[in-house]
Design a protein around this ligand. Structure first.
Ligand SMILES: C[S@@+](CC[C@H](N)C(=O)[O-])C[C@H]1O[C@@H](n2cnc3c(N)ncnc32)[C@H](O)[C@@H]1O
Length: 522
């Protein structure tokens, strides 16, 4: 019965063209931007103007008002907007309830019980669009979120989905699936996906979203952390875990969607430590996380500690961790207290602020880092690879997300790491197509004072070059091998060839790792 109703809902949403671009068309980009700031007045004014001009409400506008802006609509309008499902079917599915006042006919109003938003994306497999149901937000509720709130697609969700490596795999796990967004993305490159959550309500939303969008290869399981997948291994583990650091004292709301109930960053540590036992050989885990800097220990040393003491008999994981941002305890506290809907300037805000600072103070936390973690179970006999780096600020231009870049960098790293210098000398490398070189000169001088390589996509890295490396990169067009270029440069610069090779080869390896140079044969 429910499936039949969901089929009707899908058909109605499609007929109404309930899409991201249609909504922007209805209310314009300024109203879109205002909605991102949690302000619906510009969108409401645009919808009212449209209704006045047309003399009726478009189906897409009715759906937007109800499910995106979170306001009641007239039952007759909803019947018109959902001709196959009808308002009665929407009630049966639990999307709306009768009631709430909408003028002039308050008795015939229906109000939303959840958010249902169109969502569009581009990934390595192309463009796509879905509808995503989640709990009503603060705007519709008119009060702070409940502790069991199920979040829709937020900023962190988009960050992680953009990072997902699109490599085809047979199995994927989405730990803490929430509304199911990462599992749905994973369903595009994994034959089967297991999506877990501690929240039954989240799993209901995720299952609805999968069915509504005709995604049939996700299995949903309830439980904490890795409990629901005990004894199982996956090629790709994905998690936007509830990483928000929260004081553990009475009177502090504990939001299931963002807070795993542990002290400090212990929840992220548990996911990292647990991953090793659930990855297949060569399997990759991609996570978001927060980590604490403590007065006595740099966060990267703590992260290295989590990685270096895996479960008995397991090899340590390869790890590439990119810290994108650090916040002071005060800024962190303000951010997450506001996120929970408590307004600054209130007694409650100050009480929570104190609790957060006490909690950080108890562990000597000086800063909190945020970033991306990519962990890989190495092939049996290789030494673990570690890359922990700080990359604050903007990224390059990555229309399909960073995932393809990460996959290419991993493959390039594996290629160069398994190649000795004698083999590397025979490689004919090329400069990646997104790389540009910038040179600065003192006026009147022939030689540049500064040379920098810029990467247009990926992490948008910039690195400075000395004369030798600049010449090597400039000559890397696939014609000459690295060894011949180094030999020619040694002659030109009148330096010892072996010494130059010893200086340049490690740099070449770094440029391969970062995607500035490529081996045309992979
Ligand atoms: C930040 S949300 C991520 C939701 C979704 N994956 C996304 O990317 O938008 C974290 C999710 O983890 C779930 N969760 C909280 N504690 C958990 C636990 N101990 N084990 C598994 N999931 C948990 C929450 O219910 C929530 O759905």
């Amino acid at each position: 019965m429910t499936s039949a109703l969901i089929d009707r809902l899908r058909s109605d949403l499609s007929t109404a063209n309930f899409s991201v671009s249609a909504l922007t068309g209805l209310w314009g980009i300024d109203a879109d931007a205002a909605l991102h700031r949690n302000q619906r007045v510009p969108a409401l004014r645009a919808l009212a103007g449209l209704r006045a001009r047309l003399g009726h409400t478009e189906p897409c506008a009715t759906l937007a008002c109800l499910f995106v802006l979170g306001l009641p609509v007239d039952r007759a309008d909803l019947d018109a907007a959902l001709p196959a499902l009808g308002a009665a079917g929407a009630e049966e599915l639990g999307l709306v309830a009768a009631g709430a006042s909408v003028e002039p006919d308050a008795g015939n109003a229906v109000r939303p019980l959840l958010e249902l938003r169109p969502y569009s994306f581009v990934d390595a497999h192309g463009a796509g669009s879905w509808w995503i149901a989640s709990d009503l937000g603060e705007l519709a509720l008119g009060h702070p979120l409940g502790e069991s709130h199920v979040l829709g697609v937020g900023g962190a969700s988009l960050t992680l989905s953009g990072l997902l490596m699109p490599t085809s795999v047979s199995s994927a796990l989405d730990l803490g699936t929430g509304c199911g967004i990462q599992a749905m993305h994973a369903s595009r490159h994994a034959d089967r996906v297991v999506a877990t959550d501690i929240s039954a309500r989240a799993l209901d939303f995720a299952a609805l979203n999968a069915e509504l969008n005709e995604i049939g290869n996700i299995e949903f399981r309830r439980g904490s952390l890795f409990e629901p997948v005990a004894g199982e291994r996956f090629d790709h583990i994905i998690s936007n875990p509830p990483f928000v650091i929260t004081p553990r004292v009475p009177g502090i709301p504990s939001y299931e969607y963002r807070d795993g109930g542990l002290v400090g960053d212990a929840l992220v540590e548990a996911v990292v430590r647990g991953a090793v036992g659930h990855l297949t050989h060569g399997g990759v885990a991609q996570l978001l996380g927060n980590w604490e800097y403590r007065t006595d220990q740099d966060a990267f040393d703590r992260l290295a500690g989590w990685l270096d003491t895996p479960a008995a008999s397991a090899l340590p994981l390869d790890a590439w961790i990119v810290e994108r941002e650090v916040q002071s305890p005060a800024l962190y506290a303000e951010t997450w207290i506001r996120d929970g809907g408590t307004r600054p300037g209130t007694a409650d805000f100050d009480r929570l602020y104190d609790a957060w600072l006490d909690d950080f103070g108890a562990r000597g936390v000086s800063q909190v880092g945020f970033g991306y973690m990519l962990l890989r179970r190495p092939a049996a006999d290789t030494r673990a690879w570690r890359r922990l780096e700080r990359q604050p600020g903007g990224l390059g231009h990555n229309p399909g997300g960073l995932g393809s870049h990460l996959a290419a960098c991993l493959a390039a790293h594996d290629g160069q790491a398994s190649t000795d210098d004698a083999h590397l000398a025979r490689a004919r490398l090329v400069v990646a197509s997104d790389v540009t070189e910038e040179r600065h000169y003192w006026p009147g001088q022939e030689d540049p004072t500064l040379m920098t390589l810029h990467q247009g996509s990926g992490f948008g890295r910039s690195i400075s070059l000395d004369t030798g490396l600049a010449a090597l990169v400039g000559a890397s067009d696939g014609e000459l091998d690295v060894g011949s270029i180094v030999a020619a440069l040694a002659q030109l610069l009148d330096v010892d060839e072996h010494a130059l090779a010893a200086e340049l080869f490690p740099r070449v390896r770094e440029l391969l790792d970062d995607g500035f140079l490529q081996h045309p044969l992979g």
